[in-house]
Design a protein around this ligand. Structure first.
Ligand code: BT5
Length: 271
């Protein structure tokens, strides 16, 4: 009798053969288990690793989100990835990289998986009100200039979140939404291709186009929101996002407030 395989690892040979990028993903550091792909990527970047190299893992023992939060992912189910980038950006422009990744993910999920992915400010991708992907952009600076950026991406692909009480009410996966298993290999190839495309556009200074795509996919703009940002609660209508990624909201008194980062709850759809 054939032994049933519990999970299928990434097929690196096939990924390399089918990769349609010029530099993103050309070099892959692949781990069965690691602490965090972002930690590994930072170490490599500090040692001078080239732009475009990626760190891919089947499981993480210290997968992380913002503010020391945990990122959960059972072995071999999802995409756990970090990309080393070396853009010429100023510190205040770093959010553009999160925008590039968000737009790339929303586009591929919409066009290839045919699910209505939306971007939830500042760093999530949602489907039908549940989180399917989180992005963690980290960086090191040298003399006020960005030396490298580590773009960490966790996409729930074949993850049955129902078994994880901590997140089951708020998280979903592509397979849960689609009702069938999704190929991680194909999705990874599609993501790397789209990421390079969007990143190249950014290098050509197409910031306004990027911002427009981001706004088109946003599930926050135009809605009444509650935002918790570093211990302060803000209420208002989300109006826009500026070039630096701050969310502009209009409070009840009609004043505009600019919020750098935080956790959003969408309250209701505005007329
Ligand atoms: C994020 O943080 O959403 C960024 C997550 C980035 C993870 C990737 S995986 C590859 C790379 N290596 C790393 O170590 N990290 C990156 P944040 O917005 O702070 O959201 C974290 C919160 O999301 C947690 O506190 C949970 O509530 C929830 N969460 C944890 N795991 C989740 C999952 N798999 N799907 C959906 N939500 C999850």
């Amino acid at each position: 009798m054939k032994e049933e395989k519990l999970w299928d690892g990434f097929h690196l040979g096939s990924i390399k053969n089918n990769l349609k990028t010029s530099y993103i993903g050309k070099k892959i550091y692949y781990y069965d288990v690691t602490d965090s792909t972002n930690i590994k990527a930072k170490e490599l970047a500090m040692d001078g690793e080239k732009e475009g190299s990626i760190i891919l893992a089947e499981a993480q023992t210290a997968g992380r989100g913002r503010l020391k939060r945990k990122w959960l992912s059972p072995k071999g189910s999802n995409i756990l990835l970090s990309v080393i980038l070396r853009p010429r950006l100023e510190l205040k422009e770093v959010f553009l990289i999160t925008m590039v990744a968000s737009v790339a993910i929303a586009k591929i999920v919409r066009s290839h998986i045919k699910l209505a992915a939306e971007i939830k400010w500042p760093n999530d991708i949602y489907i039908k009100g549940k989180k399917v992907c989180g992005i963690l952009t980290e960086f090191n600076t040298e003399k006020e200039i960005i030396d490298f950026i580590v773009l960490g991406v966790g996409i729930n692909v074949n993850f049955n979140t129902a078994f994880y009480p901590e997140i089951k009410e708020v998280a979903t996966s592509l397979s849960m939404e689609k009702g069938k298993k999704i190929s991680r290999n194909k999705l990874l190839l599609q993501f790397l291709f789209q990421l390079e495309k969007e990143y190249e556009e950014l290098k050509r200074k197409k910031v306004e186009e990027l911002r427009k795509s981001w706004c088109d996919y946003s599930c926050v703009l135009g809605k009444n929101v509650t935002i918790e940002s570093f211990g302060t609660i803000y209420y208002g209508k989300a109006l826009n996002i500026d070039k630096e990624g701050s969310l502009i909201i209009q409070n009840k008194e009609g004043q505009l407030e600019r919020i750098l980062s935080g956790d959003v709850q969408v309250k209701s759809i505005s007329p």
